[in-house]
Design a protein around this ligand. Structure first.
Ligand code: MLT
Length: 394
């Protein structure tokens, strides 16, 4: 007799951002005139930059011509994009071959799907708070989860606890949701810990383009020893504005082996069963985003969002509201005023200022009492939001 996957019963009723969207729509239905500003989900608002658009238009034309038309592409992504990604690693002095790169439709699916190549009943270590996809996909696959505390005491950058013996370790830096960024010494501690435990670090670098401090690492592969214990997952969503286009990639060093088997080879086998590749048009756009011109244009957009973050951060400073992030990250992580809990603050902001943010408790128990603001809104919306926040009496 057929049964359902009982692990679904262990999940919260709704995915965090689906729940926020639901509550926002409910509010808008009850208050049709309200000018609601969304600083919740980290969704970009600026259009694609010119070099990406030109490349994609050209690719569309190729698809309309019998001589240049493309059907199914390679499972691992087109060589031209994997080469462009490999070259982009050189900016940080990292040597990655194109055949160590696996193109996908985004970091969200990769961070969840990659679990499939590892033992199903393994132990996963996840910081608390965290991007909910790591937790939900670990729960769905029936894994045991240990949490490591990120909190004010460790500046939301927890370090390894050797009494815990995980097989898989999720790390995200710059961090979603807190905006905190690990330095090289801290990441080295994680690499040493993973090597000692023969564990794998799944390193989510989706926000690396927001790092401006030259001392901070953009990639786990800047750390010695990481090629023996880490997989990096990255995305064009936040840096190049691809949230609606969909393109990401996984980097698995060729020398990463478990029980004599190539981890990259297993991932490719998995992808070839379940994934028919990212569209040619998208991959052409992604390669253009990595060109010199594309990077410079993307930099303007990133600076714009960082300008928003700075304005939000200055406002919170003026109001004496504790917060971190926003400097090397698009997210600002603040402590809810007056010891409010996260969903109380969500309601106050929505009802009294028509601003949507993300309750910290949605990212884990250690997020309770905290709140995340995204800087991906339009400048006009951020300016309006600031005026409204200032007028609230905390
Ligand atoms: C976020 O807001 O945390 C992200 O945009 C959500 C996502 O990338 O899935």
């Amino acid at each position: 007799m057929i049964k359902l996957n009982e692990n679904f019963n262990k999940l919260k009723k709704n995915y965090l951002f689906a729940e926020i969207a639901r509550r926002t729509e409910e509010y808008k239905a009850k208050n049709p005139g309200a000018d609601v500003i969304k600083l919740g989900i980290g969704d970009v608002t600026l259009p694609l930059c010119k070099s990406v658009l030109d490349a994609m238009h050209e690719a569309v034309n190729e698809m309309g011509n019998a001589a240049t038309f493309k059907g199914y592409g390679p499972y691992e992504g087109y060589e031209f994009l994997r080469k462009a990604i490999s070259e982009s690693y050189l900016r940080y002095g990292i040597d990655i071959n194109p055949d160590e790169i696996y193109v996908s439709d985004g970091a969200k699916s990769d961070t969840a799907n990659i679990l499939e190549i590892f033992e199903a009943d393994g132990n996963v270590l996840i910081p608390n708070p965290t991007y909910p996809v790591y937790v939900d996909s670990s729960i769905l696959s029936g894994r045991n989860i240990s949490y490591i505390d990120a909190n004010e005491t460790n500046n939301f950058l927890p370090l390894p606890d050797y009494s815990v013996k995980p097989g898989i370790i999720y790390l995200c830096s710059p961090n979603n949701p807190t905006g905190a960024v690990y330095d090289k010494n801290q990441l080295k501690k994680w690499v040493d810990y993973a090597l000692e435990n023969r564990a794998i670090i799944l390193f989510d670098a989706a926000y690396e383009a927001f790092i401006e401090d030259p001392e901070l690492p953009h990639s786990i592969f800047e750390i010695e020893g990481s090629k023996d214990c880490a997989i990096e997952i990255c995305s064009f969503s936040k840096g190049a504005g691809f949230t609606g286009v969909r393109c990401g990639y996984v980097t698995i060093p060729n020398n990463l082996m478990i029980d004599g088997k190539s981890v990259g080879g297993m991932w490719l086998r998995r992808q070839s069963i379940k994934f028919n590749g990212t569209s040619y048009i998208t991959q052409r756009g992604a390669a253009a985003a990595l060109s010199e011109e594309g990077m410079e244009q993307a930099r303007h957009n990133i600076d714009y969002y960082k300008g928003n973050a700075k304005m939000l951060s200055n406002t919170l400073k003026e109001m004496n509201i504790w917060h971190i992030g926003g400097e090397n990250s698009p997210y600002i992580w603040l402590k809810c005023p007056n010891a409010m809990n996260s969903w109380e603050f969500f309601d106050i902001l929505l009802n009294n200022a028509n601003i949507v943010g993300t309750p910290g408790s949605g990212f884990g128990t250690n997020g309770e009492g905290f709140f995340r603001l995204s800087s991906f809104g339009s400048r006009e919306d951020v300016e309006k939001a600031i005026q409204r926040i200032k007028s609230l009496q905390f």
